[in-house]
Design a protein around this ligand. Structure first.
Ligand code: KIV
Ligand code: ZN
Length: 511
């Protein structure tokens, strides 16, 4: 049915039966600039990762600090379902710190590329190989499960890399991990590398791909297609520099494109992402796949119309699959269908005239660059509903003058039952002055007093919409309310007062 038959495509791949997720949010993720987690925060994130269903949690680098070791120990006490792992260099002290933290799984690493050998470690290939073999044996002698990383594997000579991984395999390593430490792979090189390693290595292969060129998830998928068994991932893709393979993107892609169910509960992805975003202070951009604000938001009239008829027209997956809900944003691209669906949601019936009025307001706010939130829309609708059908008073003009050490003055021009009138008034501020000007203009027709006045900015920012709510009464005991929503607070106040006076006049004429 699709242009590319996925089932056929899958047969030609070397995907393993089961793919494991090794989550390194608490280790590589925490290494992202600006993140420093407390012990308590690490515990809370570990609990969330466990609920999400990741197979392994890399809890940290126990030798690095007392806090790291304490966090590892506390997480080890929780009895989580996920396996727990600690990072260690190929030195006894680091492996002992992992053991001391009550972890039974160590992630050993050493740089293998010429850059790391010559500049960072100042060691020969043989020295690195022998030290690694010795430390695998040490860790195995202490009963640890061992995963071995050749740091900067993707810039290491292929022959040496294979020799190195074979050596750690023979020394008893349980898994080899392939770090693309500076994210230089592209899908075609990822394919060649993992295909070559898969032919030589008999133990599970894990991938640890960085996202420097935005290709971590794509490269990981290619690595898995070539028979890798596990991927290191982080929530929200956080990690060194541009981060690591994003867990949420990988899990959803594997499920949708390959029909592969991981142990991860995808319905918990959004909550987990928010939780990690809040604790780390690294919020996702709106365009971030799966968890960004826009991932399931629709604005354009054509798309919204399609979505309301059948959501699959413009969504690759149902938002509920990742624990989200669809949002229909309103703005300059909005069509009738979006507003209609919002009104239906609240069971609000409007006349065609009221509907058109709301539609025009939304379009014109959108043209001014404003995104209309649900709250904005509710207020616009309420304003429309509470506006009198009869416009006895129409606002024709308004100007205010205010400042320091001068009285605020407002000049208001209205038509009252067709008669044009204008006056100026002073007040304690421009709103007070404007309202006083209106009441004085209408006093021969209706004597009103302002009983309640509330002004609110609906959204944040200096360009927020201002919503005014007023309650007025007249000398006959009639009470009415009026609302208005405008970008200008004085205009919003004046229109709300005029709306409610119109309703009072209507009451007086009706009863
Ligand atoms: O990116 C990297 O090389 C690492 C190692 C510690 C595996 O994070
Ligand atoms: Zn890394």
């Amino acid at each position: 049915m699709y242009a590319i038959n996925m089932a056929q495509n899958k047969k030609e791949l070397n995907l393993p039966e089961e793919i494991k997720i090794f989550d390194t949010t608490l280790r590589d993720g925490e290494q992202a600039p600006g993140i420093a987690l407390t012990v308590d925060e690490k515990i809370k994130i570990a609990q969330r990762l466990d609920i999400l269903g990741v197979d392994t949690i890399e809890v940290g680098f126990p030798t690095a600090s007392n806090g790291e070791r304490k966090a590892a120990k506390e997480i080890a006490k929780l009895g989580l379902n996920s396996e727990l792992c600690g990072l260690a260099r190929v030195v006894k002290k680091d492996i002992d710190a992992v053991i001391d933290s009550n972890l039974s799984y160590v992630h050993l690493f050493i740089g293998t590329s010429p850059l790391h050998r010559d500049y960072k470690l100042k060691k020969t290939k043989d020295e690195i190989l022998n030290q690694s073999i010795e430390m695998v044996e040490y860790a195995k002698d202490h009963g640890l499960k061992v995963e071995f990383s050749a740091e900067d594997a993707t810039r290491t000579e292929l022959n040496y890399l294979i020799e190195f991984y074979k050596a750690v395999e023979n020394a008893g390593s349980d898994i080899i991990n392939v770090p693309d430490t500076v994210g230089i792979l592209v899908p075609s090189t990822a394919r060649t590398l993992i295909r070559t390693l898969r032919k030589k290595i008999n133990i599970p292969i894990s991938l640890h791909f960085h996202n420097d060129f935005g290709l971590a998830v794509a490269n990981t998928i290619i690595g898995l297609e070539e028979g890798a068994n596990q991927s290191h991932c982080t929530i929200n893709g956080i990690g060194e520099r541009s981060g690591n393979t994003s867990l949420e993107e990988l899990a959803v892609t594997l499920k949708i494109a390959y029909g592969l169910d991981l142990n991860v509960d995808t319905t918990k992805l959004y909550d987990t992402s928010n939780f990690v975003g809040t604790i780390t202070g690294i919020k996702m951009p709106p365009t971030k796949p799966i968890v960004g604000d826009n991932a399931f938001a629709h604005e354009s009239g054509i798309h919204v119309d399609g979505i309301l008829k059948n959501a699959s027209t413009y969504e690759p997956i149902a938002p509920e699959m990742v624990g989200r809900r669809r949002t229909i944003a309103l703005g300059k691209h909005t069509g009738h269908a979006a507003i209609k669906s919002k009104l239906d949601e609240h069971n609000i019936k409007l006349s065609d005239k009221q509907f058109d009025h709301i539609f025009t307001q939304i379009k014109s706010l959108g043209d001014k660059g404003k995104v209309i939130t649900d709250n904005d829309l509710n207020s616009i609708i309420l304003t429309e509903i509470s506006t009198s059908k009869n416009e006895y008073i129409k606002l024709l003009g308004l100007s205010v003058m205010t400042g320091e050490s001068v009285s605020a003055t407002a000049t208001v021009k209205i038509s009252l039952n067709g008669e044009i009138m204008e006056t100026s008034h002073i007040g304690v501020g421009p709103i007070d002055a404007a309202i006083k000007a209106i009441t004085s203009l209408v006093e021969d027709t209706v004597n009103i007093s302002l009983d309640e006045y509330k002004l609110e900015a609906i959204t944040g920012g200096t360009d927020a919409l201002a919503e005014t709510f007023v309650k007025i009464s007249d000398d006959r005991g009639n009470n009415t309310t009026g609302r208005a929503t405008r970008e200008d607070i004085i205009l919003s106040s004046v229109v709300a007062v005029i709306n409610s006076i119109n309703r009072i006049i209507e009451l007086r004429e009706t009863f």
